[in-house]
Design a protein around this ligand. Structure first.
Ligand code: IPE
Ligand code: MG
Length: 233
């Protein structure tokens, strides 16, 4: 969800305004995912690198997060959305950790329509390192054999083992980079970069990115002919 700051400064406002507008789009896109029947959505809200921003911006973002969490749970429950979060969550200020834990608890419903994963203080490399540490611990305790570690068993040590790998990654704000986001999980994800800044990424822009995705052929290393044949058979 990139481009909040540029969107605001281009209009002669402070970055805070961009973050506030951006937060409104989160609500709309989540609702639209429910309407479309999308069952997994991960949002990159705050990265491990974002801690390096000026402290007043970090504080403002944390307050904005808590403000939205406080208002969020009723609507999430109405739409059958279950909230989870990923990242080094213990680095968040205690008031944000408490509020996040509360909404996660409240939305722990058995059959959610949408699983919403908030990435906070999140880094893709950190996620892999955390997974390696956990599996190494299991090897040390004798619960896991080194020869049993492979791509599919290691996947279980990542932050959200129950989430499938993403089909599509949408980056708003026009930058062609991944910025440490879900490095393991996006190995075969379709990337869509749009120049639209996040605060103006509404439902129409979202539909356009989905249409862009729908036109693609996912080959997973195979040839075009193989894919066409598989579809016809
Ligand atoms: C994304 O917008 C929001 C967060 C990282 C929290 P930015 O704040 O990165 O906006 P730009 O890239 O400066 O425009
Ligand atoms: Mg940015």
């Amino acid at each position: 969800m990139d481009g909040n700051g540029r969107w605001a400064t281009e209009r002669g406002f402070g970055r805070t305004w961009g973050h506030r507008e951006g937060a409104k789009r989160v609500d709309e896109i989540v609702t639209e995912c429910c309407r479309l029947g999308i069952s997994y959505l991960t949002l990159y809200a705050f990265s491990t690198e974002n801690w390096n921003r000026p402290s007043h911006e970090v504080t403002m973002l944390m307050r904005l997060l808590v403000h939205h969490l406080k208002a969020m749970d009723k609507k999430l429950l109405r739409n059958k959305v279950r909230l989870v979060a990923q990242g080094t969550l213990n680095q968040l200020p205690p008031y944000a950790q408490r509020e996040l834990a509360r909404v996660i608890r409240t939305t722990e419903i058995p059959e959610p329509k949408l699983n919403l994963n908030l990435s906070l203080s999140y880094g893709g490399r950190q996620e892999i390192v955390d997974g390696v540490r956990r599996v190494a611990q299991k090897v040390l305790s004798g619960d896991v054999k080194i020869s049993d570690i492979n791509e599919s068993t290691f996947r279980e040590y990542l932050y959200q083992p129950l989430f499938p790998d993403p089909d599509i990654l949408i980056r708003t704000g026009g930058e062609y980079r991944v910025s440490n986001f879900m490095l393991w999980e996006i190995a075969y994800t379709e990337l869509v970069v749009t120049n639209v800044f996040w605060p103006e990424f509404g439902v129409t822009a979202f539909h356009e990115t989905l249409e862009n995705y729908a036109k693609r052929q996912r080959r997973y290393g195979k040839t075009n002919e193989q894919i066409v044949c598989e579809k016809q058979c």
